[in-house]
Write a protein that binds this ligand. Structure first.
Ligand SMILES: [Zn+2]
Ligand SMILES: [Zn+2]
Length: 282
């Protein structure tokens, strides 16, 4: 049984529904032991206070986001571990600005995500218009994922096949080799990889990353965690039974959890029978 969800959004980013507390309550209803609050970071690499109001919170909102999450962490202590996180864009060349932003707040963990490749969002369908050879674009995507893993800024690699969701199919030959190269770099950098079930909501058949890549990551020894990438409270824990069955199939023994940017492995069999022990281990 999977009892954690390390990736949720809320109303602040401008494209998710519900308050942070709605996601926490949803997690408690499911009996989760850990709920990660991980809204999109403010666009630290752009000028102005709120450069992308439908993508991410304003710079001036970050402090309120942190304060509210910490208040809720205290309010729900004993019921569920509320973890203060952030889904943070990796932007090449802006590492110092990112590091300064992250250092100002007591995050439990930070998900590093590549959302912007060659100035276009990875989920933007029209970015593929007129593209005859997608492989160089994927090569750039995985180059950035590798740099994000090596940056030392992040704890978890976010949705590492998300760019394939709206890419023209069949996918270019050679993508798997790029993915395997990224896995080797993620392993060397010692990061955790999330298994993000928004893939099912965008691709219908696979999480992010794909089952092939999850199995390959597990073989390498890359720790995994579970995430729904919820943008609605009702999506907390999305498809966790399906992923739990897959984890059992590949023999995964535990999931990565975080407190104070330290990784704590939560045994999967104990998660099924002794949720109180997981809370006590914090
Ligand atoms: Zn989002
Ligand atoms: Zn994302």
């Amino acid at each position: 049984m999977i009892t954690v969800d390390y990736h949720t959004h809320n109303i602040r980013c401008g494209h998710a529904q519900g308050q942070i507390e709605d996601y926490i309550r949803a997690a408690i209803r499911l009996g989760l032991t850990d709920i990660g609050v991980s809204d999109h970071n403010p666009a630290y690499w752009l000028p102005g206070d709120d450069p992308m109001p439908t993508v991410s919170m304003a710079k001036s909102e970050l402090e309120g986001y942190v304060d509210e999450t910490l208040r809720l962490k205290a309010k729900y202590a004993g019921q569920i571990n509320v973890r203060l996180g952030l889904e943070c864009d990796y932007v090449e060349g802006m590492e110092d600005a990112c590091r300064e932003m992250l250092a100002r707040h007591p995050f439990d963990y930070v998900i590093g995500s590549v959302h912007w490749v060659q100035d276009a969002n990875i989920f933007h369908v029209r970015r593929w218009d007129g593209v005859t050879d997608a492989l160089p674009i994927f090569a750039e995507y995985y180059r950035l994922i590798i740099k994000s893993a090596q940056s030392g800024l992040f704890d978890i690699v976010g949705h590492s096949t998300a760019m394939t969701a709206f890419a023209p199919k069949p996918l270019a030959d050679g993508i798997e080799a790029l993915q395997d190269e990224a896995l080797a770099a993620i392993n060397d950098a010692g990061l955790v990889m999330e298994v993000n079930t928004s893939g099912f909501r965008k691709m219908t058949t696979e999480p992010f990353p794909t089952f092939r890549m999850i199995a390959a990551a597990h073989r390498l020894g890359i720790p995994l965690t579970f995430s729904s990438d919820s943008h609605r409270p009702e999506d907390v824990g999305y498809a966790r039974d399906r992923i739990a069955a897959y984890f059992a199939q590949i023999g995964l023994g535990g999931l990565a959890t975080f407190a104070g940017r330290q990784r704590i492995m939560l045994p999967l069999h104990e998660a099924a029978s002794e949720p109180a022990m997981a809370a006590a281990a914090d």
